[in-house]
Ligand binder design. Structure first.
Ligand SMILES: [Zn+2]
Length: 88
């Protein structure tokens, strides 16, 4: 499982100029990979940081590219599911 960190440029609180601390890791999405008669489920994690002083600055890492493709993969799964039931 991979974890995407908050970019260095966004690790500093703009209010306090302090380095934001990691406050959590969030599992954002599941990605399904389709292979013949086989389904693999993968999860993606992103880091969340917050300013230790004011706690008003919270930054979560951007979504990795592979999560963006999720919609396309799900469509392929739908097509395969229809074929299995013998419907168009
Ligand atoms: Zn702050």
């Amino acid at each position: 499982m991979t974890c995407t960190d908050v970019p260095d440029a966004q690790c500093t609180c703009p209010h306090c100029q302090r380095e934001a601390e990691r406050v959590g890791i969030k599992t954002t999405a599941e990605k399904l990979d389709v292979e013949p008669s086989k389904y693999n489920v993968g999860q993606t994690q992103v880091e969340t940081r917050a300013c230790p002083k004011c706690r008003h600055y919270i930054m979560t890492a951007p979504m990795p590219d592979q999560v963006v493709d999720r919609g396309i993969v799900r469509d392929e799964l739908l097509v395969q599911g229809r074929h299995r039931r013998g419907r168009p």
